[in-house]
Write a protein that binds this ligand. Sequence first.
Ligand code: TRP
Length: 449
Amino acid sequence: MRENRAQFATRLGVIATTVGSAVGLGNIWRFPYEAGVHGGGAFLLVDLLFIFVIGVPVICAEFIIGRHTGSNVRGAFRQLAPGKAWGIVGYIGIAASLLILSFYSVVAGWTLEYIYQSVTDFSGVHTTQGLHDQFDSFAQSNWRPVMWTVIFLLCNYWILARGVRKGIEKMSNILMPMLFVILLIFAVNSLMMPEAAKGLEFLFKPDFSKVTPSVLLGGMGQAFFSLSLGLGCLITYSSYFKKETPLVKTAFTTAGLDTLVSIMAGVIIFPAVFTYGQEPAAGPKLVFEILPSIFSNLAGGVVWSTLFFVLLFLASLTSTISMSEISIAYFVEEYGMARKKATTLNFAIALVFGTLCALSFGCMSGFTICGLTLFNLFDYLSSNILLPVGGMIISIFVGWVLDRSVLRQELGAPVKPVPRLIAKSIVFCLKFVAPVCIGLVFIFGLGII
Ligand code: TRP
């Protein structure tokens, strides 16, 4: 199968696409908002812990499965464990990826609105309160958020329909480094704000009394979400890796860069939150209300603001491409669908659910299930539950079931074998640490006992 499948062309391409998948709204929008809600430093600490203790080993597990089988999620498990129930991960992955794509496209649509607002200089509104009100009236207008969600999904469709290498790889190579540079510039700018110290203290000083079960659950969900982990996204991507790609190194690079971007986003947002006298726990709106205030106080604000939202939009696109690829590869390889048709199906599903999520801030804000709007429900369900469940099954599978020769083959030559101690630690984490931790967080976080 591998011979006639697409592969990423270069090492930079591998890193840029994997990091491109990881880095997105999860870092720049979701991380600051979740950290704001869950007490800052405590949340960051929990998030970091989960990224490196569970995240990196599970990334390796997904890479091992993906590259070895060179297949979509469902097909990968069928090859490795024919006739067994492990393939359920495939179904969880496909369902969760469609849920995530739906609410993610809504926020990505907000970035499009903000590109428009930036170009028109926020209609001349520059006060913090005015910018807040503008977000609310936009979100409650119903048709505008829906329109941008649809436009975003069309962009996603357009790139996906062009195929793997040409579309995804070329774009990521240019965009990711650019995003990095601009984040750095804004981080330095925020560090010079009057209340920078307060913001940094909020972000970096963990208050252990704030580490509650719900912070643990939120931090675990954030780690999985931000690393694109648990639903086979990285299985699908690594099925396009070459034999020479060093898996463990790529896993560490991805986790490291992804974490760096989240922290930079925090360093940009929290000094501004305190400088402008805002509430860190504002929820999903936080970043979209704070950033315009930052930009409107900068010389050349229109240009900075436009550039930033364009890059954020493109970073979201590299992420949605990766989550769409899960179901598209599945439709194509399992049902023999033409790629265009599979892409259209993916688009149609996201269109229906995306529209419902977009309306969650407007006319459907009163429609709640278990106290959550559809938008929040999709986010909570996928990030805090489905992704960790998928991650748990993947780690148990690779740790306990997968043939050792497969591990040896994937972690060993042809380039440079992974040092024994590292390989052993990864397997140990997959066997014991990851499943036990995820299980415990579920038990306490969901209040099962
Ligand atoms: N990691 C991406 C972000 O931080 C979101 C994402 C892309 C994702 N692909 C995924 C999340 C697959 C879960 C699963 O924005």
